[in-house]
Design a protein around this ligand. Structure first.
Ligand code: DQA
Length: 145
């Protein structure tokens, strides 16, 4: 069993990036906790971040070859712009959870539209780093009912 956690642009700056909105945890700290949660459940997990849309598309395509069973994705700004990431997720046909640290619906109007929400298994947003851990638990519940 394996799970892929994908992170979009500017999430490499977590910890210093607008901490009032995104919190104080670094992406490395979030990664460590996610991998621990999956390891405790006996599930292999890998974590990636890229600022480049094509690298995220390539990674999602590779997930099919790697027989990934579930994807957790914080697409960051690509949430609101990327038909390519939507198409990649549909192409590999791997169930995914869309997550956000902040609640995009309580922010600027342009953040209210997501290219992924209508094809996601579910969405978790607004709980800071806990959005990641809640998604990990949701995936474990789906894979090991
Ligand atoms: C985000 C929300 C997006 O609107 C924003 O562009 C991000 C982060 C979040 O996790 O709250 O970069 O996905």
């Amino acid at each position: 069993m394996s799970v892929l956690i994908v992170n979009g642009p500017n999430l490499n700056l977590l910890g210093t990036r607008e901490p009032d909105i995104y919190g104080a945890a670094t992406l490395a700290q979030i990664e460590a906790k996610c991998l621990q949660i999956f390891s405790n459940a006996g599930i292999d997990a890998s974590f990636m971040q890229s600022n480049a849309e094509h690298e995220i598309v390539d990674c999602i395509q590779q997930a099919m070859t790697n027989k990934v069973e579930y994807i957790i994705i914080n697409p960051a700004a690509f949430t609101h712009t990327s038909v390519a990431i939507r198409d990649a997720l549909l192409a590999v046909n791997i169930p995914f959870i869309e997550i956000h640290l902040s609640n995009p619906h309580s922010r600027e109007a342009f953040r209210r539209h997501s290219y992924l929400t209508d094809v996601a298994k579910g969405v978790i947003a607004g709980f800071g780093e806990q959005s990641y851990y809640l998604a990990c638990q949701a995936v474990i519940n789906q894979l090991k009912p």
